[in-house]
Design a protein around this ligand. Structure first.
Ligand code: 5CA
Ligand code: ZN
Length: 415
């Protein structure tokens, strides 16, 4: 699928150090691990309805910062993102609204691209829809069938679903640190079917859902007509475009179970190579009035709505950057006001003919980002330079331009 257009990224003097980020499996902050000299980054994309809310935006801006920091450290980045353009929630929404699920996906994906462009997010090199990746996905499921680690369950209508037998591939050992009760709870809440009779293991993920009347389906001689389960799309798309093992598997913290562990366990079962990802990294949930912002609850603040109201996307990006990615927060009007004020201050200060030397500011922003994407510290360093410039300190005529380039290249905010 076509990706969105890339923003211009200025070149900065010198280089930064390889960024450190948090891994949810060993709960440490450590440098990203390149694979064959390249950082391979897979971030779970949207299910295209009700995009792009501030939780989505926070997730993609966070991994955009990692992307930018790696590039600044001289590390080439291969970035891949999927779009879940066929899945239960999308089909349900299309049915509710009386529209074709394909049209809903196309429209919402286009809107997502507009929002990403407005937020100056560097696009993935491969932006891949489930529908277009169907042969790849089918091939990975069939590989698991060949490995003898799957089983089928047939319902009253005669449809057969294929499951991964988790027990046969080592269970959730090494892919999840949650206890059994929590995994079962999340599985039930997030698209799993732990209580389905006949399953060998309650957490076994569905790989292929046999065709039911009224549902879209694709042909597979081995599996029968049907469509993929959720997690296998990310396993297959990541492996196809990035290889058997990757540097970072990313997304929001709602993917901590079952999605990311199942994506990983399926890859390991298919390739025999472990771990699937050197880092599993999560953006904390963004909420509204203290509740998780989610499409199912409908408590959304959308990037496109604010853009329509005339809000500068750079101000939205500054609101997102004001919060560290591992801290949960809620969107408020006050936060937006602060973002707008900061943008105005930064624009005014960097438009001055001179200011204090900015080499330290560049170094401080680099250091802040390299230390687990420390955006609040990065903003503080720029705030400090702007305050000094406004106070008339310093007579360095190149400094305002260097601050502009720093903010643009590393933080993705064009002043
Ligand atoms: N298509 C799947 C991933 S394969 C999916 O989760 N789609 S989504 O549209 O629900 O979410 C898109 C991305 O935004 C995911 O990485 C998800 O973890 C993240 N996300 C969703 N809601 C929030 C939120 N409230 N705060 C932060 N991130 C969120
Ligand atoms: Zn995913």
């Amino acid at each position: 699928m076509k990706s969105w257009s890339p923003p211009f990224v200025p070149t900065l003097p010198g280089t930064g150090r390889a960024p450190e980020v948090h891994d949810v499996l060993d709960d440490t902050v450590r440098p990203v691990t390149p694979v064959d000299g390249r950082v391979s980054l897979y971030v779970c994309g949207v299910t295209p309805y009700d995009t792009t809310h501030m939780g989505h935006a926070a997730t993609y801006v966070t991994f955009d910062l990692l992307h930018r920091a790696a590039l600044d450290a001289g590390l080439p980045v291969d970035y891949v993102q999927n779009v879940t353009d066929v899945d239960d929630p999308l089909l349900e929404r299309a049915a509710r609204d009386g529209i074709d699920w394909r049209d809903l996906a196309v429209d919402q994906t286009a809107l997502f691209h507009e929002d990403m462009t407005a937020l100056r997010v560097i696009p993935p090199k491969a932006y891949v829809g489930v529908v277009e990746a169907m042969p790849t996905i089918v091939a990975v499921v069939e590989r698991l069938v060949d490995a003898g680690v799957t089983y089928g369950l047939t319902d009253d209508s005669g449809a057969t679903d294929s499951y991964l037998d988790l027990e046969a591939v080592g269970g959730t050992e090494g892919v999840s640190v949650l206890d059994e009760a929590t995994m079962l709870e999340y599985s039930a809440e997030r698209g799993g079917d732990p209580d389905r009779p006949g399953k060998r293991g309650r957490l076994d993920p569905m790989l292929w859902r046999g065709h039911r009347d009224g549902e879209p389906s694709w042909e597979s001689e081995r599996l029968g007509p049907g469509r993929p389960g959720w997690h296998i799309e990310c396993t297959a798309i990541a492996m196809e475009h990035l290889g058997d093992t990757i540097s970072v598997q990313g997304g929001g913290s709602d993917l901590v179970f079952p999605h990311h562990p199942m994506t990983a366990v399926q890859a390991v079962a298919a390739t025999g190579r472990s771990p699937f990802a050197a880092h599993t990294t999560h953006q904390a949930m963004v909420g509204l009035d203290g509740e998780k912002m989610s499409k199912s609850k409908g408590n959304l603040v959308r990037v496109s709505d604010l853009r329509r109201e005339g809000v500068d996307p750079a101000a939205i990006r500054l609101v997102l950057l004001a919060h560290h990615y591992r801290t949960e927060w809620s969107w408020t009007d006050d936060a937006l006001t602060e973002g707008r004020e900061r943008l105005a201050r930064w624009r005014a200060a960097t438009a001055l003919p001179a200011g204090p030397d900015a080499a330290e500011t560049l170094a401080a922003v680099r250091a802040a980002l390299a230390a687990d994407l420390g955006t609040p510290a990065a903003l503080a360093a720029v705030d400090a330079w702007c305050a000094a410039a406004e106070a008339g300190e310093g007579s360095d005529a190149v400094a305002p331009g260097l601050v502009r380039d720093t903010v643009d290249a590393l933080l993705g905010v064009a002043l």
